[in-house]
Design a protein around this ligand. Structure first.
Ligand code: HEM
Length: 524
C-alpha cells in the first residue's frame, strides 16, 4: 500500500498540471535529466564558438568579450547569451531533478548510489560556472576572483595569500590562462566523468531530450538571448569599487555570504550541507526486499531479464551447470531493486504450464514468487460472482488498488506492472475474468523506470515475451495514475466495466446466432 506525504502530493499536482500542458512524453518534469544534457549541449556548442573570438590573456580578455557582445552581437553575442542562459537553465533542471528524486522518495535503498554520486555534480557544475565568470575579466569577475581567493586562502593548502596577490595586482597571465584551461577543458572533462559515474548503475539511460521539448527549450533560450542579451560590467579595475554588481544567483549565490560570514564559516556551511545531502539515503535507510533468484532448471540463458532490468543487476554468463544452453543469468544482489520486472521478462513465468504443481520459473522473487502470483490471481477470480468479473492488477507504488475492490472487481497487487507475465493476463481471462484492468505509475514516470514501458511493448508485440495475438485485447485495459489519481482510475474502471457489459452482450448474442444457425443447418 502506498504512503503519501505533502511534499510528494504537491510535486504530483505540479506534474499533473505539466501533463495537461505538455502531455506525458514532453513533460519537462519527467525529463529533467535529459533536459540537463540538452542544456549542456547548448553550452558546449556555444562555448566552442565563443572560443574562436576569445583572447585568453588578461590584457585582451575583456576587449574580446566586448567584441563578441557588441561588434558581432548577431552571432557571437547571441552565442554568449545562449551560453549563459543554458548554463542557468541546467542549474534549474539539476535542482529540480534533485528535488524530484527526494520528494518522490527515489533516493534511498538501491538508489543510494545515484543520489550519492549526484550531489558532487552540483559542485562540478557550479565551480565550472564560477571559472566562466572569471574569464570575462570585468568588475564581476574581479569580485568573484577576490572572494574565491579568500575562500582558497582559508584552506590549509595555500603557501601564500592568493587574495593579497590579487589586491597587489600580481595576477599573472599564466594564472589567467590556467583558469581558461580549467573552464574550457579540465572542468568539463571532470564533469563528464562524474555524470558517467552517476548514471553507471542504470540501464537504458536516456540522454537525449524528446525532440519537441528540446526544440521548445531552444526557442525559449534564443528568445531570451535576443530580448535580454547578456552584457558585461565595466572592465576589472582594482582601484575602483563597482556601483552595482548583477549577480548570477544560480552560480554565484555563495559570495554574498561574505557579508555575514568569514571564508572559514562559508566552507563549514557548504561542506556540511554537502555532507548532509550525501548521507540522506541513510537517514533513515529504506529497506529493499530480497533480490531476485535465478533457478537454472528453468533458465535457458536468453538474457531477456538482463536486458529488461532497469538497474543493470543481471548479467549473462557462460553456463555453469552443464545444461545444453550456452548461457545463464546471474543476479548481483547489491544492485537488485526487487522490482520483479525480470519475472515478467522470463518466458518460463507461464501460469498455463506446470498445472497442479508449484509454478517455477527461471528468475523469481523469493518474497513473492510467480506461483503465489498465480495463486492470488486464482483466488481473486474465484471471489467474483457478478456478471462482469474484472480482475485488477496494480502496482504497489502508485494508487492504492484495494479501494477498487467490489462485488465485480477483485484486485492483485504487484511490485511493478512490469512484473506481470503477459501470459498471466491471458490466464486470468481464460480462468473466468471477463476483463483485466491494469493500473500503475503514471505514463512516463514508472517508479522502477521501465516497468510501464516494457508492459506496453510486450502488449503491442514490440518486446518479448509478447502478449499473444489470441488474447482478446478488447477485454484488457491499461490505465495509469499516481496515488492522487483515484477518481480518474475509478472512472476508467467503471467505463471499462460498461465496455465489458456490452462485450458480454455482443458475445452472448453472437453465440446464440451461431447456435441457431447450427440447429437450422442440422434441421435442413
Ligand atoms: C549534471 C547533473 C545531473 C545530470 C545530467 C543527471 C542525470 C541523470 C539521469 C540521466 C538519470 C537517469 C534517469 C532515468 O533514466 O531514469 C539520473 C538519475 C538519478 N539522479 Fe541525476 N543527474 C544529475 C544530477 C543529480 C543530482 C544533483 C542528484 C541528487 C543529488 C541526482 C540524483 C539522481 C537519482 C537519485 C537518480 C536515480 C533515479 C531513479 O533511479 O529512478 N542527480 N540522473
Amino acid at each position: 500500500m502506498t504512503k503519501t506525504n505533502p511534499i510528494k502530493m504537491g510535486y504530483r499536482m505540479l506534474e499533473a498540471w505539466f501533463n495537461l500542458s505538455f502531455g506525458p512524453s514532453w513533460n519537462p518534469l519527467y525529463n529533467l535529466g535529459t533536459l540537463t544534457f540538452f542544456f549542456f549541449w547548448v553550452v558546449l556548442v556555444s562555448g566552442l564558438y565563443l572560443f574562436i573570438f576569445f583572447d585568453t590573456s588578461i590584457a585582451g580578455a575583456y576587449a574580446s568579450v566586448e567584441y563578441i557582445t557588441h561588434e558581432q552581437w548577431y552571432m557571437a553575442g547571441v552565442m554568449r547569451s545562449l551560453h549563459r542562459y543554458a548554463s542557468d537553465a541546467a542549474v534549474i533542471t539539476i535542482l529540480l531533478h534533485m528535488f524530484r528524486e527526494f520528494s518522490l522518495d527515489r533516493y534511498r535503498g538501491f538508489r543510494w548510489f545515484s543520489w550519492f554520486t549526484g550531489v558532487p555534480t552540483l559542485w562540478f557544475v557550479i565551480t565550472l560556472g564560477i571559472t566562466g565568470y572569471w574569464l570575462v575579466w570585468d568588475e564581476l569577475a574581479l569580485y568573484v576572483a577576490i572572494l574565491s581567493s579568500e575562500l582558497a586562502d582559508a584552506l590549509p593548502i595555500m603557501s601564500s595569500s592568493m587574495a593579497r596577490n590579487f589586491l597587489e595586482g600580481q595576477l599573472t597571465d599564466r594564472f589567467f590562462t590556467l583558469m581558461g584551461f580549467l573552464h574550457l577543458l579540465g572542468q568539463p572533462v571532470l564533469l563528464v566523468v562524474v555524470i558517467w559515474i552517476h548514471v553507471k548503475r542504470m540501464s537504458h539511460v536516456q540522454i537525449s531530450a524528446p525532440r519537441g521539448l528540446a526544440i521548445g527549450s531552444f526557442i525559449a533560450l534564443l528568445t531570451l538571448s535576443l530580448v535580454a542579451p547578456v552584457q558585461s560590467h565595466g572592465p576589472a579595475d582594482l582601484s575602483k569599487v563597482p556601483d552595482v554588481l548583477n549577480l548570477d544567483w544560480f552560480y554565484l549565490s555563495v559570495y554574498p555570504l561574505f557579508d555575514f560570514w568569514t571564508a572559514g564559516q562559508i566552507w563549514i556551511f557548504t561542506l556540511s550541507t554537502t555532507f548532509v545531502l550525501m548521507i540522506l539515503p541513510w537517514l533513515p535507510p529504506k529497506k529493499t526486499g530480497p533480490a531476485a533468484e535465478v533457478h537454472l532448471d528453468h533458465c535457458n540463458g536468453c538474457g531477456q531479464c538482463a536486458d529488461d532490468c532497469p538497474f543493470d543487476a543481471i548479467n549473462v554468463q557462460a553456463r555453469t551447470d552443464g545444461a545444453r544452453w550456452a548461457h545463464e543469468v546471474v543476479v548481483q544482489p547489491s544492485l537488485c531493486a526487487a522490482c520483479g520486472i525480470c519475472v515478467g521478462s522470463c518466458h518460463s513465468s507461464n501460469p498455463f504450464s506446470q498445472k497442479n504443481k508449484v509454478l517455477e520459473t527461471g528468475i523469481d522473487m523469493p518474497q513473492y514468487p510467480v506461483d503465489e502470483l498465480r495463486n492470488r490471481t486464482d483466488a481473486a477470480i474465484s471471489k467474483l460472482h457478478e456478471e462482469n468479473k474484472i480482475l485488477v492488477f496494480g502496482c504497489e507504488n502508485a494508487f492504492d488498488i484495494s479501494t477498487l475492490e467490489s462485488v465485480n472487481a477483485s484486485v492483485v497487487e504487484v511490485f511493478c506492472v512490469g512484473m506481470l507475465p503477459s501470459t498471466l493476463v491471458e490466464y486470468a481471462l481464460a480462468k473466468g475474468a471477463n476483463g483485466v484492468f491494469i493500473t500503475g505509475c503514471r505514463t512516463g514516470d514508472c517508479y522502477f523506470r521501465y516497468g510501464n514501458v516494457w508492459l506496453d511493448k510486450r502488449f503491442d508485440g514490440g518486446r518479448k515475451p509478447r502478449l499473444r495475438a489470441r488474447a482478446d485485447r478488447r477485454r484488457i485495459m491499461v490505465f495509469r495514475g499516481a496515488e492522487m489519481d483515484g477518481a480518474k482510475i475509478k472512472h476508467a474502471l467503471s467505463e471499462f466495466q460498461n465496455t465489458i457489459t456490452d462485450l458480454n452482450g455482443q458475445d452472448a448474442s453472437k453465440l446464440t446466432t451461431h447456435k441457431n444457425q447450427e440447429s437450422s443447418d442440422e434441421r435442413a
